[in-house]
Design a protein around this ligand. Structure first.
Ligand SMILES: Nc1nc2c(c(=O)[nH]1)N[C@H]1C(S)=C(S)[C@@H](COP(=O)(O)O)O[C@H]1N2
Ligand SMILES: [Mo]
Length: 441
């Protein structure tokens, strides 16, 4: 199809206007009027079609083989997968963080993602006892304890209630845990990849609680999974009544097995661990249960030797996703620097970017709509002169909270913590364009 202002494609042309555009060639008007040089500001000199034609039979002005032959039919693809040329865009694991395949974590390839939604097949995975294969017909959600009418709900029962759809990020509290004592991981996928953002559909937990009738004195809910870990967490009733969902769908289709099929608890903005997958039980009680995941794990050891418990909220954080160690700069010139910002306390209100290690800051533009407890994409233009640079991003959320530097964070938290490292990330760009994970003193 011809873009606005392009001459329509002429059948029989060796190269059409849209092919020209796809190949990054200047428009014909530009060639005629001599404005082609304007395009060179970003991309440098254009392609020499004659040289390309000799070495690459599929390059313009030749007609490529995929235009000369019919493509695949619809029957060959009942469920689509990405282009095989994108087969490097995958979740990755770190052997020393994955003692067994079932107590595992995989990291999302943030360096290869665009916009704010994480494709379901690339959402990071974290589980304590493997991802169970649950037959939804044989699965029940039990709601009991301090309630008027205990219930065993089928998945179909849950799906009969009025539904809610919202987008929300999930970040493991251990995202960035390797960076407390110094820069360690070699790339963005491993410093920040325990982070995903999906459009979730389900039922408001308040709707289900209304159905069972919460008894006076109930203040907490035990949420338990049906996996072999029977992983459980204590959820305060206030959060359950605020914005908690029991979700059954993710990015337009039913939940993926690794994200909790057939039912998952979603607590927007709260640490990944409390978003209990394969949800089988909600028990109302008058105090927290103090299970393994909220005592031995998911607490923050402070410099005075005391541990903070119940630090549920993921505070404002951001990271530059281009450039990054996996995506270096090719040559000096103009670039769009881009990244992600998020806050478990609401909307991102501003993201500042520094190119000199935090001495000077410029505000980035935010992709609309900016949604609460959701990834927010930021973008800012940069002319890289080909010298060394220190890139940082700093998120500010609607509460006025400013993302701290690692030095500020260590001053309060020490270095004994594992969880809740939301420090500003520094990428060092070398004159060759390589990008490295560093920390500034
Ligand atoms: N039942 C159950 N729920 C669970 C877990 C688990 O092992 N079992 N892992 C938790 C942890 S530690 C995190 S970070 C998130 C990860 O969610 P994801 O795998 O969908 O990215 O799920 C949480 N919910
Ligand atoms: Mo986690």
């Amino acid at each position: 199809m011809a873009a606005a202002g392009e001459p329509p494609d002429q059948p029989g042309d060796a190269i059409t206007a849209s092919e020209r555009k796809a190949a990054g060639l200047p428009r014909r008007e530009f060639l005629r009027s001599g404005l082609g040089a304007a395009g060179a500001a970003v991309l440098g000199p254009g392609i020499d079609p004659a040289a390309a034609a000799e070495s690459q039979p599929n390059l313009p002005p030749n007609v490529p083989e995929w235009t000369r032959n019919l493509g695949d039919g619809v029957a060959s693809r009942p469920y689509g997968v990405p282009s095989r040329f994108e087969n490097g865009v995958i979740r990755r694991t770190v052997s020393w963080l994955t003692p067994t395949d079932t107590t595992a974590v995989s990291f999302a390839p943030l360096q290869d993602l665009y916009g704010v939604v994480t494709p379901s097949g690339l959402a990071f995975e974290r589980y304590h006892a493997g991802a169970p294969t649950i037959d939804p017909a044989a699965h029940r959600l039990m709601i009991h304890g301090l309630v008027e009418r205990p219930r065993l709900l089928t998945v179909a029962d849950v799906m009969r209630f009025p539904s809610v759809t919202r987008t929300a990020f999930i970040e493991c509290a251990a995202n960035g845990s390797t960076e407390w004592r110094g820069a360690q991981m070699p790339g963005l996928q491993f410093t920040h990849g325990m982070l995903s953002c999906s459009e979730w559909t389900g039922v408001a937990l308040s709707t289900l609680l209304n159905e069972v009738g919460v008894k006076a004195g109930a203040e907490w809910i035990l949420a338990e999974g049906a996996d072999a870990a029977a992983m459980s967490r204590s959820v305060p009733l206030a959060k359950a009544l605020d914005d908690a969902l029991v979700v059954y769908a993710q990015n337009g289709e039913r939940l993926r097995p690794e994200q909790g099929y057939p039912l998952r608890l979603l607590l927007p903005g709260w640490e990944g661990n409390i978003n209990v997958k394969w949800l089988r039980r909600l028990k109302l009680g008058d105090q927290p249960w103090n299970g393994r995941e909220e005592t031995d794990r998911y607490t923050d050891l402070m410099p005075d030797g005391l541990a903070r418990q119940f630090t549920w909220v993921m505070e404002a954080k951001s990271v530059i996703t281009f450039p990054c160690p996996e995506k270096p700069l090719a040559a000096p010139g103009s670039y769009e620097v881009s990244g992600l910002a998020w806050s478990g306390n609401g909307k991102i209100s501003r993201v500042d970017v520094s190119f000199d290690g935090g001495n000077n800051w410029r505000s980035a533009s935010l992709q609309a709509p900016v949604q609460s407890k959701c990834l927010t994409r930021f973008r800012i233009d940069w002319h890289w002169p080909g010298t060394g640079a220190l890139l940082q991003s700093r998120a500010i959320d609607e509460t006025g909270y400013v993302q701290p530097t690692i030095t500020q964070l260590r001053a309060v938290r020490g270095v004994n913590s594992i969880y809740h490292n939301n420090a500003i990330q520094t990428w060092r760009v070398s004159p060759s364009g390589q990008v490295e994970n560093v920390q500034l003193a």
